[in-house]
Design a protein. Structure first.
Length: 439
């Protein structure tokens, strides 16, 4: 697939790297000379320096021959204009734009081939809120991804786990799950039915979403009940997270900007909104915020998020989560926090899903910092193995078939007969595999 990426920021760089790994032909355009040169040198892409919304620059980037244009420039208006030009002048089939300003997202009549021709909007705050809410719902996991009713969970086997020295087949039958892989020093080890688990093994497990917490508890993982949540910051990240969690948790928010505080309090009357600095230990002690079950640092400043997480932990908060705008800091600070999140990879997953949809792929996720990819494939009436058992499917090398999503459950029996509209879930360690699957 020939793909044109507009922008040279962290998101553009991550996208270029991920799509290059999958064997796509990538061109990156931006007017930031140093950033474009850096991407050009580090990755197998074509870098063009120029204003990314100018038709002559897009022409130089062979826009007319591109299968998709992804606009992740800093300004929403630039992304929207780029998609319009790509449609009107170059007839690009798939146009994707990052839209941060929420006023642009409310009126669906604004978009479509006859108006603004954008096929997919990426809103970072919405994506991030969904990711954080999944983390909060499964606090014992290192990572969770949802494929509709199926959940993929990455967690570490405790030292005193009841699962120790039990073979994989026994565990899979007892807990209605699949345990296909463990990770060791950033290496992937495929497990057989006779393999056993040992303390500190980091595994990938697939099961029905509603069973995730029960399975982790059975493994001996502490899965504390989270009822009280404190959020640092009252920006769009906090607003979308509050919407996701509303009605399920008691929420308090700290914000140092008085006008933002007032606005948040008006929008969320059921949330306790506090005016203060997340780095000020006095407000933490006065309001007994250390008694919270989890603190989420979601301000626009990485240092404030990390420091406030450390204060929360010191004062007794059970779990801490920090947002990182700069993804490179995440690995640096991981040992000091319970969770570190970056919206960057969540955005990449959404874009990958949009690009592969025409090949029958419903959802795509990267797992374990990109070591693995999971995907779900929608079965249509042309599928060769329709009405045959799951074990008869051969999607190619480097693929681990996990099961079938149907009627709210993940069916794991390899003798399950494949039906139209089933969703088949699989794992792979090869980007090329996702790219080459055809249903």
């Amino acid at each position: 697939m020939k793909i044109l990426i507009l922008g040279s920021n962290h998101v553009a760089s991550a996208l270029a790297q991920e799509l290059c790994s999958a064997g796509h032909d990538i061109t990156v355009i931006d007017n930031r000379v140093d950033a474009v040169k850096k991407i050009d040198l580090e990755l197998d892409v074509r870098g063009i320096v120029g204003h990314p919304t100018y038709p002559e620059v897009l022409r130089q980037g062979e826009c007319a021959d591109s299968d998709a244009l992804i606009a992740v420039l800093e300004h929403d208006e630039s992304n929207m204009v780029a998609c319009q030009i790509a449609h009107s002048l170059f007839n690009v089939p798939t146009k994707i734009a990052r839209i941060r300003t929420h006023n642009y997202l409310h009126d669906g009549k604004l978009y479509g081939d006859d108006n603004l021709p954008i096929d997919l909007f990426i809103n970072p705050e919405r994506i991030l809120a969904k990711k954080i809410s999944q983390t909060i719902n499964h606090p014992g996991a290192e990572e969770v991804q949802y494929h509709l009713e199926a959940g993929l969970v990455r967690f570490i086997i405790p030292e005193e786990s009841p699962w120790l020295d039990k073979n994989v087949l026994e565990l899979e039958k007892t807990y209605e799950c699949r345990i296909p892989i463990k990770l060791e020093n950033e290496s992937i080890i495929y497990l057989s039915e006779t393999d056993t688990l040992k303390p500190h093994d980091e595994i990938i497990l697939a099961c029905t979403v509603s069973n995730i917490n029960g399975i982790m508890e059975a493994c001996g993982i502490e899965n504390p009940s989270l009822n009280e949540i404190v959020i640092g910051g009252a920006g769009y990240n906090a607003k979308y997270l509050a919407k996701q969690l509303s009605g399920h948790y008691k929420i308090k928010v700290i914000e140092k900007n008085y006008h933002l505080c007032q606005k948040f309090a008006a929008d969320f009357p059921h949330v306790i909104t506090l005016h203060g600095d997340v780095k000020d230990e006095q407000i933490w002690t006065q309001e007994a915020l250390g008694d919270a079950d989890i603190y989420c640092g979601l301000t626009d400043d990485d240092a404030s998020n990390v420091l406030s997480c450390l204060i929360a932990k010191q004062l007794g908060c059970k779990k801490t989560l920090s947002l990182f705008k700069e993804p490179n800091y995440l690995d640096l600070m991981r040992s000091y926090l319970d969770y570190g999140v970056s919206g960057q990879m969540a955005m990449v997953n959404l874009i990958l899903t949009a690009l592969y949809k025409k090949d029958g792929i419903k959802l795509v996720f990267t797992i374990a910092n990109g070591l693995l990819m999971s995907a779900s494939v929608l079965i249509n009436d042309q599928f060769k193995q329709l009405n045959k058992p799951l074990k008869s499917i051969d999607l190619g090398n480097n693929i681990c078939l996990l099961g079938v999503c149907r009627d709210g459950h993940l069916l794991l029996d390899q003798d399950t007969i494949i039906q139209e509209n089933d969703l088949i879930l699989f794992l792979t360690d090869s980007r090329q595999t996702i790219h080459n699957i055809k249903i």
